[in-house]
Ligand binder design. Structure first.
Ligand code: ATP
Length: 236
């Protein structure tokens, strides 16, 4: 059974339908990508999975309908969301922000292991433990947001546009981190406008356009698809 499953999901904002008939599956251990242009509904989809939006259809995490539980319970059960706007605590230090990610965990030993893992994954955060989050660069803030999500000990990590606005050299750091997380067997739902990045990391992908899934397939299939190549990847 897929760990995450969407079936015929519709979401509307008043008269605007942001998602229509969206069906998608994520199996344990997979990295699944969702690509699509501005306004396609990508963030709405992740917000709905995280329990922040009303929807019709079905969204299950570990077999439980997400509308029948709470956002907090979903996080405790391992469904962790790293939002596009990062949601850091600007006046808290790097270390304090990471601690916030672990606030509902009670096993101090395991939390310390997560700190060690995150600081090893992002040495820049290690160097800047006592720096206020608001004074970090955009790339460092993205690392911090990702680090804080990892401090919640996710089973499934949802990432909304982790490369947005970042310089290529920082995107490489995020890429390396994702590869390590993949090696660890973490399940990831990666939402990206940056199709090249998503095609590099995801094993399977869905194309979302105007609220609908228009295409899906393996990374190899989508890389070879004329429409994807012309509209999303460009001439390489
Ligand atoms: P982006 O990459 O630009 O963040 P997206 O694919 O994440 O885009 P969404 O933010 O999910 O797209 O938006 C999907 C559609 O829903 C858009 O047409 C958007 O204008 C609309 N929308 C999103 N949030 C609201 C809201 N709070 N009220 C009304 N319409 C909204």
């Amino acid at each position: 059974m897929p760990v995450l499953q969407l079936e015929d999901v519709d979401v509307s904002y008043g008269k605007t339908q942001a998602l229509r008939n969206v069906s998608l599956e994520v199996e344990e251990g997979e990295i699944v990508g969702v690509i699509g242009p501005n306004g396609a509904g990508k963030t709405t989809m992740l917000d709905s999975i995280a329990g922040y939006k009303e929807y019709s259809g079905s969204i299950t995490y570990d077999g439980t309908e997400v509308s029948e539980t709470s956002s907090g319970k979903l996080v405790n059960d391992g469904l962790v969301y790293c939002t596009e706007d990062r949601d850091l605590f600007p006046y808290f230090t790097v270390h304090e922000n990471l601690q916030m990610g672990a606030q509902f965990r009670s096993d101090d030993g395991a939390v310390q292991e997560s700190f060690d893992f995150v600081y090893d994954l992002f040495p820049r955060l290690d160097e800047r433990r006592d720096q206020e989050a608001q004074t970090m660069s955009g790339g460092e803030q993205q690392m911090l947001a990702l680090g804080r999500a990892l401090m919640s000990d996710p089973d499934v990590l949802m990432l909304d546009e982790p490369t947005l606005g970042l310089a290529p050299v920082i995107i490489d750091d995020i890429s390396e981190a994702l590869e390590r997380l993949q090696d660890e067997g973490l399940t990831i739902l990666l939402v990206e406008q940056n199709s090249t990045f998503a095609l590099r990391h995801a094993e399977r992908l869905y194309l979302l356009e105007q609220g609908s899934i228009e295409l899906s397939g393996t990374a190899d299939e989508l890389r070879d698809d004329d429409y994807i190549r012309d509209a999303y990847v460009g001439v390489t």
